[in-house]
Design a protein around this ligand. Structure first.
Ligand code: NAD
Length: 251
């Protein structure tokens, strides 16, 4: 599981460990990954920490090989690592554009490829879960690279579903609404300062405006769905995306 040392990924790791999965906590932040793995073990789970930059082909391949060799294979991949960058298309630098696309798209491709090879080689099939967003379906201003990357993940998901089916590999995307994680906490003061309003107003007028009830989606909501998708037994559920967003987007 990538980006498993913080926010949504951290909570999914907890739910998976509780369900008996052996969790590979893969994250750019090696110290946080190590701490998260030890906490999962202290709570009775099994886990290993893997320092991994998902944009590095060598680090992804080495991390997934290390996990597979230690634990005997790979059954589930959750490609969850993500970053945000706020700029309009007119202002965003090429470097920032590429950085956001690299984490989401290169990262999901590289981790998927490495996990798929293990799943196909192991002849046990598997489940691949990509972390999309409501921004997989619609756009917001100043989030162009993120919106483009999250739309692209749905194409990757559908392709894996077709190519994985003969090998028993399913692929689905979870598309969260707004979840109060460090990724969101970092955006709040910037957006409030730029708009000249309070952070509370940004939450009310921007983040949660499209929900049916003005509520945040929680990390636990997403972890429940991630457990359900990982455990689903057949190809009846593959190539899909599920919006878990308090109705911010309805399919
Ligand atoms: P977060 O910032 O709390 O956690 C992201 C994690 O990814 C961190 O541990 C970070 O170290 C790791 N990471 C970043 N770049 C990496 C890299 N190159 N290689 C490996 N790890 C890297 O964020 P979060 O809110 O938990 O987001 C998790 C996922 O959920 C992201 O893909 C994000 O786009 C998506 N998402 C979040 C929200 C939200 O409201 N928080 C909404 C929709 C989608």
């Amino acid at each position: 599981m990538t980006g498993a040392a913080s926010g949504i990924g951290r909570r999914i790791a907890e739910f998976y460990a509780r369900e008996g999965a052996i969790v590979g906590v893969a994250d750019l932040d090696a110290g946080a990954a190590e701490r998260a793995a030890r906490e999962l073990e202290a709570a009775g789970g099994r886990a290993s920490a893997h320092r991994m930059d998902v944009t590095s082909e060598a680090e992804v391949d080495a991390g997934i090989d290390a996990y597979a060799e230690r634990w005997g294979g790979v059954d589930i991949l959750v490609s969850n690592a993500g970053i945000q960058h706020l700029d309009t298309i007119a202002d965003v630098s090429f470097a920032d554009w590429k950085r956001v696309l690299a984490v989401h798209l290169d990262g999901s491709f590289l981790t998927t490829r490495a996990a798929l090879r293990r799943m196909i080689g192991g002849k046990r099939g598997g489940s691949i879960i990509l972390m999309g967003s409501v921004h997989s379906y619609f756009a917001s201003v100043k989030k162009g690279p993120y919106v483009v990357a999250k739309h692209g993940l749905l194409g990757l998901c559908r392709t894996i579903a077709k190519e994985g089916a003969p090998h028993g590999v399913r692929a689905n995307a979870i598309c969260p609404g707004v979840v109060r994680t460090p990724l969101i906490e970092r955006q709040l003061p910037v957006l409030a300062r730029e708009a000249g309003v309070s952070e509370e107003q940004i939450v009310h007028d921007l983040f949660l405006r499209l929900t049916v009830d003005g509520e945040y989606t929680t990390e636990a909501d997403l972890a429940e769905v991630a457990v359900f998708l990982a455990a689903f037994p057949t190809n009846a559920l593959t190539g899909q995306s599920i919006s878990v967003s308090h109705g911010m987007h309805m399919l």
